[in-house]
Design a protein around this ligand. Structure first.
Ligand code: CA
Length: 224
């Protein structure tokens, strides 16, 4: 799952990134209005944590822009002041939740899990693909009753394909989703290829009734 943290206060931003990464999310950041706008126009995120007071503009403007573009991801407003007006405006614009600073990380994590379940996973806690069961939030998978062991990126790749099951996922989108914007384009496809190879092997070893098909030069499709 990929999260964008839009936050201008460096300590807060770093704290959020560290904490979210520990939970297993892929995290990107933007520290001002223009940088945030660039990112939300180009990339897809499962969840955006949105500060309202930003250098260069108001976070609520970004939210309005997201909705105008019909972008899918969940938005949680994380605001410095507990302003009823901002909260109402934000929720009216289509934000999924609102959290006032200061807050406990545990509460933020709970809110993030909740919007991801509701939106990205259509209200489900787990994804069932024949005999393969995946818990995207607690990050485990098992075939029948046997747990599968994945490294972090293998799990991310499997999850992204599972969420998009029976759809062709372009390898660009996959690399971008799993590795975020820090990956070198030239290397990303090699990474994707090797993770897919490991994944297929593990799924086969466990007798998972799913298949990852490669569409040469384009991408991958998980069928169940
Ligand atoms: Ca701010």
């Amino acid at each position: 799952m990929k999260i964008l943290v839009i936050e201008d206060e460096q300590d807060m931003r770093n704290g959020l990134v560290q904490s979210l990464q520990q939970e297993g999310y892929t995290v990107e950041t933007a520290s001002n209005f223009d940088a945030a706008l660039d990112k939300i126009m180009v990339y897809e995120y499962d969840c955006i944590l949105l500060d309202i007071g930003l250098p260069g503009g108001n976070g609520l403007e970004l939210l309005a822009q997201l909705k105008r573009e019909g972008k899918d991801g969940s938005v949680i407003i994380v605001s410095a002041k507990d302003s009823l007006e901002d909260k109402i405006t934000g929720l009216n614009l289509g934000a999924d939740d609102y959290l006032a600073k200061p807050f406990h990380m545990a509460e933020l994590h709970a809110r993030v899990r909740s919007v991801l379940r509701r939106n990205t996973l259509n209200g489900n806690s787990q994804i069932t693909l024949n005999n393969l069961l995946i818990d995207p939030i607690d990050r485990w998978a098992r075939v029948d009753e046997t747990p599968m062991i994945f490294n972090r990126k293998e799990f991310d790749v499997l999850l992204y394909l599972a969420i998009n099951k029976n759809r062709l996922v372009h390898k660009n989108a996959l690399a971008e989703h799993v590795w975020g914007d820090r990956i070198d384009e030239a290397n990303s496809f090699d990474f994707v290829y090797s993770q897919i190879k490991n994944l297929r092997k593990k799924l086969k070893e466990h007798g998972a009734e799913v298949e990852i098909q490669a569409v040469y030069g384009i991408g991958y499709k998980l069928t169940a």
